[in-house]
Design a binder for this molecule. Structure first.
Ligand code: C5P
Length: 224
């Protein structure tokens, strides 16, 4: 069977990462959370008060950021490190979520991230989730999925995740953040979030998680 690339794109909080992780596990493929990379860069910029309007400043800051992924055997998950520090938990908080779409609309940030993503997918056998994976990063991916879900359902799921991390945020605020990110991500001039013409759309609002994963596995196997 040949190795393929599975690209999963979609709106914020649709369950892309959880789905992508589960698909990668079944296929014994590498999983890459491209959103985590934009989040790690955002965290660095926040900590260093990087001025986003200064191209040179952003460029310089990007040179100081080294992003790596390491598999945590105990937790069975891939975790992201920024300059050697495990930032997996911190990047998921509201501070980064509020700011990340402003950072990810910058073309020099995108170029740097896309280069790393393409290198990681070089040998195929990868499941990558994000906003532009099927349209820009891997336009030739053998399988492209576009995930959607009702906004209130997405906000409830996200609120629960934040609560599990100890952040108690009202449903309205979480919903506003998702909507605002979707708006910026879909409206930006570089690599906007959109469904690739050859992507299979999956609405996860009322889908059983196992069903969702098996549907993607089935589609992947048809393309191997
Ligand atoms: O996937 P996640 O919600 O963690 O992504 C956080 C943010 O990173 C998105 O709202 C978007 O601004 C940005 N992103 C992106 N392109 C990707 C993945 C994420 O612009 N491929």
């Amino acid at each position: 069977m040949k190795k393929i690339i599975v690209a999963i794109d979609g709106y914020s909080g649709c369950g892309k990462s959880t789905t992508a992780k589960a698909v990668a596990k079944v296929l014994q493929y590498t999983y890459l959370d491209s959103g985590a990379m934009y989040r790690a860069v955002t965290l660095y910029f926040l900590r260093n008060n990087t001025d986003l309007s200064g191209n040179e400043e952003v460029k310089k800051a990007l040179k100081n950021i080294k992003i790596t992924f390491h598999f945590n055997e105990a937790k069975g998950i891939q975790e992201i490190f920024m300059n050697g520090e495990n930032v997996e938990s911190e990047i998921r908080g509201m501070a980064v979520s509020t700011y990340v779409s402003q950072v990810s609309k910058l073309s020099i940030v995108r170029q740097a991230m896309v280069d790393i993503q393409r290198r990681m997918g070089n040998e195929k056998g990868i499941v990558m989730d994000g906003r532009d994976i099927g349209t820009v990063v891997f336009p030739d991916a053998e399988l492209k999925i576009f995930m959607t879900a009702d906004t209130t359902i997405r906000a409830e799921r996200r609120q629960k995740e934040l609560l599990e991390k100890g952040e108690k945020i009202s449903l309205d605020i979480v919903k506003q953040n998702l909507e605002s990110r979707d708006k910026i991500d879909s409206g930006r001039s570089v690599s906007p979030l959109k469904k690739a013409i050859d992507a299979v759309e999956i609405d996860t609002s009322y889908l059983d998680f196992k069903e969702q994963v098996s549907r993607i596995i089935e589609l992947a196997k048809e393309r191997m």
